[in-house]
Design a protein around this ligand. Sequence first.
Ligand SMILES: [Fe+2]
Ligand SMILES: [Fe+2]
Length: 348
Amino acid sequence: MSTTIDVSVRAEAIGSDPMAVVEEISGWLSTPAEEVDREFACELDRLRIAVSVMNSDAAAGDRRAHYCQQLLLARIYQLTMQIPEQPTAEGSVVVHEVMRLLEAATLAAEDDRIEPGILDQAPAQPKAYLSWLKGTARAHRVFKHPYYQDFIKDHATVDDLRNYVMQESVVDGRFDDLLAMMQVGTSGGAKMEIATNFWDEMGNGNQAEVHTHLFNKIFEVFEITSAELEAGLSANALLSGNLAVLLSRYRTFYAEAVGFLGMTEWLVPDRFVQVVKAWERLGLPDVGIVYHRLHITVDAQHAAGWFHNVVIPAASSPAMRRGMMRGALWRLNSSCRYLDERMPTTDR
Ligand SMILES: [Fe+2]
Ligand SMILES: [Fe+2]
């Protein structure tokens, strides 16, 4: 994101601390949308500047600004991802403006990390395209990342695993809802594939085997509360969750969502083999590892079905080829940064 903010304007931005911006806007999220718009519409200019300062600082490498940017976006997304117990600002025009600024900066940062020209190299023939996409992923540092292949498998402690599942909750903990959002507007074989995948997420009709339910069992093993969960998420974990929501909810990013979620499924089996090894090495209760064991096989099937029934048929379109690869690269690059950050020797 290359937003340039004039220094004198910066000085007037609310609170030079980006967390002050996050807290101010977060404070509105439990207020009815009409009220927020009535009271804060006149403050939009000030807000635009404050959020743009945060975005440009994040783009310049300020880690606190990046954390605040992703935390605020995650909190705004909660408005559309949860059934509320009280009124919320869902639908507020003011909150929407803030969200759009955060989304644009988030996407620009991911695009900046894509190697120039790579999207133009995609083969036009659908099967060759899929091989190229998979080959690019196999050559990526994230594919056999040492975080899983070494750290999780051989060294992670109970506390490390506890922290690990917290970070993973933003994607695994709501994968069914991501699928439900991204399937809107699809048809034919793609819709059937997404529906089949979704039905697996629903435990094929058995409530006790719903995947998010199985995932939440891990939280019982580790006694993780929801308050602890949000506070414990790193900037890059928040980003992973935000990207998944962003791509799944906008129809215009359907191609990117196909690439992003397909890559997510494809990377799972090998990663979860290492998590299961760690779980067994540490002698943790079996109830907490059912989710990971299951996904070693089920996500291999999901990835194969996704590639065959969603990616290949869509790959006859140049725009889809480009979008799917863009989404796949967003997943590979963001996952790699997230895993790099989780490595014990890396300065966090
Ligand atoms: Fe699943
Ligand atoms: Fe899956």
